[in-house]
Design a protein around this ligand. Structure first.
Ligand code: NAP
Length: 323
């Protein structure tokens, strides 16, 4: 089978399409024929060798994907050969025609959701869910700023927050991206490249500020976030690409919290709960993953370049059967 392999850390060009042996399932394992692969920024950081977690070389990148169950180990109970599934993690990497998974890493994909959409679920939706509900403890009727709402995690967070009865403000850096954010259900959409958008946010909330901020670029925004938080407000740092200076005094009068988060800290029980909620959202039509760009698996390098550029529009996916 074909798979993307990384033999050395470096630029996108180290992603090479190679022929490798197809995996076979152990007792509690599942082999999935991957149709679509989700591309996440973290895979670009790892490939560059700049992420705290360094995979052992050589490796196949990727945690997300969707496809059909091809083979199951003797003790697998949750899925059968032929089932449509999405992957949230794998043992062998998902940038490949087949992926070997633990039984708990595969989840049912409803018929109404395409494989491309299924590939947009694992990291982005689980991250958005964990950030909103587990870390921020966001509740219905609260106002939530999704700071960077046009990409994979942001579109997911807008849908989840809106479905849970929150007032959602989303930001995007392009007109196309902001239109997309509005389509996902955000009641208010702002331009994070404009000079006065946080003043607009304060006007929108009648000076009160927002209860929760889901922050995609904390190194740019964290200090200003603290200035637009309501009393008892929480900022969850989901993404950050550098350092930032903050004025701690801004947290004091608000009893404000800054909470970090990484999906890697979710336990097995957390992931079981999170994916049960996500599957329910897919079934009841409140969650509709947005795929902005599709590329052949062989063009993984171009996908890694694109995922690090601004102008996000939902998710970038790789297709295993596209030339
Ligand atoms: P993505 O699809 O590339 O989206 C990036 C988002 O950041 C876009 O909405 C982009 O908006 C926005 N952005 C750019 N400049 C911004 C600014 N000045 N202020 C606010 N937002 C800005 O990436 P993603 O998959 O959604 O991931 C988002 C971030 O979270 C990445 O840094 C990723 O590494 C991180 N992440 C963390 C975890 C975790 O476990 N903590 C999990 C998944 C992702 P425009 O392009 O429209 O400007």
């Amino acid at each position: 089978m074909k798979a993307i392999r990384v033999h050395e850390f470096g630029g996108p060009e180290v992603l090479r399409l190679e022929e490798v042996e197809a995996p076979k399932p152990g007792a509690h394992q599942v082999v999935v024929r991957v149709v679509a692969v989700g591309v996440n920024p973290v895979e670009a950081y790892m490939r560059a060798g700049m992420y705290p977690r360094k995979p052992e070389l050589p490796y196949t990148p990727g945690a997300d994907g969707a496809g059909l169950v091809e083979a199951c180990g003797a003790d697998v109970k949750r899925v059968r050969a032929g089932d449509r599934v999405y992957l949230a993690g794998s043992l062998t990497g998902t940038y490949a025609e087949r992926a070997l998974c633990q039984e708990m890493q595969v989840h049912p994909l409803p018929d109404a959701i395409s494989f491309q959409q299924g590939a947009a679920l694992g990291v982005p939706y689980a991250t958005a869910y964990r950030a909103l509900f587990d870390r921020a403890q966001a509740r219905p009727s609260e106002t939530v700023l999704i700071h960077g709402a046009s990409g994979g995690v942001g579109t997911a967070a807008v849908q989840l927050a809106r479905a849970a009865g929150m007032t959602v403000v989303g930001t995007g850096g392009t007109e196309e991206g902001r239109k997309l954010v509005a389509e996902q259900g955000a009641q208010h959409v702002l331009d994070h490249r404009s000079a006065d958008y946080l003043e607009q946010l304060l006007t929108l909330t009648e000076g009160r500020g927002v209860d929760v901020i889901i922050e995609m670029l904390a190194n740019v925004n964290l200090n200003r976030d603290l200035g637009v938080l309501a009393v008892h407000g929480r900022v969850v740092v989901v993404g950050s690409r550098g350092t930032v200076e903050i004025d701690p005094r801004l947290t004091m009068g608000r009893d404000a919290d800054i909470r970090g988060m990484t999906l890697f800290n979710a336990t097995e029980a957390d992931l079981r709960r999170i994916h049960a909620a996500l599957v329910a959202g897919l079934e009841n039509n409140t969650l509709r993953p947005v795929v902005g760009r599709e590329l052949p698996l062989a063009e993984a390098a171009a996908a890694h370049e694109a995922v690090m550029q601004s102008g996000a529009y939902g998710k970038i996916v790789l297709l295993t059967d596209k030339e």
